[in-house]
Structure formats: structure tokens, C-alpha cells
Design a protein around this ligand. Structure first.
Ligand code: TZP
Ligand code: MG
Length: 210
């Protein structure tokens, strides 16, 4: 069975939004709200800093039984007891990521087209991200792809698919209505006044739609 088959809401502790001293607190809030899987995303940070943030998150995610995924650096899985890594189209192939990780782990891949999603499945990814659905300040350089391909994607690719990019509590029902089952949300959770409450609200919409 896919280790992520019961994960529907993917959260990211993104250091673009979270100050280093708040990494543990924000992680706790996301977990309190019922996040199913968490990624640490720390662009332009040194690897040794990323290791430190991951170490702050790990006891919390482990206690909650929630997988922790490191963005960009599969090799850090040699140093950190995280559960997996996430790679983009310009990073590594899935097999290469597994080799760099040096041990069994979850490998996720970012995809932006149906063709890339098929390739990721063939390469043996454990899950994919699909997006950005909408323009997003979290990844301003990426072109939005809209909702049109979501249903076909779910008919053709049999991996956990996390729709990402501009997903918010407010548009979640539309995204589910377009065929999505799982989502990844960054800013709408991290910028909420009450992160745990926002996370719980999103979870309840997702479970209602499941
Ligand atoms: N990959 C595609 S869109 C995105 C990433 C990391 C950012 C999503 O962030 P937000 O704030 O939920 O739009
Ligand atoms: Mg990357």
C-alpha cells in the first residue's frame, strides 16, 4: 500500500513565511489542525540550517505519526531521520533522489503537465504535486495551469496527487469539484491568524468531499 494513501492535506513549513525561531511552533499548530503530511521548504538556506530546522520538526512529526519530507536535498536524508524528499523537474530524477538519500524513503515529484505526471509515475515517484493551479506569491515564477487537466490526470495517474498553487479554504470546493482529492496548501495556512483552526477547517472540507 502506498504510504501516503491516507494523506489528503499536505502542508509546507516554508521559511519564506515562517521565521526560523517559529518553525517548531508553526509545526505544532499544523499538526494540531490535523495536517496529514509536512514538508520543510527552505529556499536559499544553508544545508546545515535546513538540518537544524528539520531536527526541530522531527520529534513533533514523529509523535504525531505524520511524514516529514525535505524539499530539494535528498542527500540530507543521510543526516536527518526525515521520511522522504521532494524534487522538482529541474532537481533530480526519482531514482537519482533515492540513490542520494541512500535509504528507503518517500520520494515526491513536482509536475506541471499530464506528461510530466505520467513520467513521474513511470519513474516510481510515491506521490506527485500538480500545479500551480493558480498564480501564487509562494512561487511567483511558475505559470498557472488552471483546473482543466485535474479530472483526466486522476483518471490516468494512480498515485496520490496533491494539487498545489493558490489553493485556499475559499476555493477548495471548486478545486475538489474539478476532480481533486488531495491538496497542498502553503500561504493560506501559514498566514492564517489561527493556523491550527484554518488547517482543521480545510481538513473538514476535504473529508466532506472524500
Ligand atoms: N509548487 C508549485 S506552487 C507552490 C509550490 C511549492 C507554492 C504553493 O504555495 P501557496 O501559497 O499554497 O500558493
Ligand atoms: Mg526543488
Amino acid at each position: 500500500m502506498n504510504p501516503l494513501s491516507r494523506c489528503f492535506l499536505y502542508g509546507i513549513v516554508d521559511l519564506g513565511y515562517v521565521a526560523p525561531e517559529n518553525v517548531a511552533t508553526v509545526t505544532t499548530r499544523l499538526l494540531e489542525g490535523g495536517i496529514d503530511i509536512l514538508q520543510l521548504r527552505a529556499k536559499e538556506r544553508l544545508k546545515k540550517e535546513i538540518v537544524k530546522y528539520a531536527e526541530a520538526m522531527l520529534p513533533l512529526t514523529k509523535a504525531a505519526g505524520v511524514p516529514l519530507i525535505l524539499n530539494d536535498y535528498p542527500d540530507l536524508l543521510n543526516e536527518v531521520e526525515a521520511d522522504g524528499c521532494h524534487v522538482g523537474q529541474e532537481d533530480f530524477g526519482v531514482a537519482e533522489a533515492r540513490e542520494l538519500a541512500g535509504r528507503g524513503c518517500v520520494v515526491g515529484k513536482s509536475t506541471h503537465t499530464l506528461a510530466q505526471a505520467h513520467t513521474a509515475e513511470r519513474e516510481g515517484a510515491d506521490y506527485i504535486g500538480f500545479g500551480p493551479l493558480f498564480p501564487t506569491g509562494t512561487k511567483p515564477s511558475a505559470e498557472a495551469i488552471g483546473l482543466a487537466a485535474i479530472r483526466t490526470l486522476h483518471e490516468q495517474v494512480h498515485l496520490p496527487i496533491f494539487c498545489i498553487g493558490g489553493v485556499k479554504l475559499e476555493n477548495l470546493r471548486d478545486i475538489m469539484g474539478a476532480g481533486a482529492r488531495r491538496v497542498c496548501i502553503v500561504s493560506d495556512l501559514l498566514l492564517a491568524t489561527d493556523v491550527a483552526n484554518r488547517t482543521a477547517q480545510v481538513k473538514s472540507v476535504l473529508s466532506f468531499a472524500a
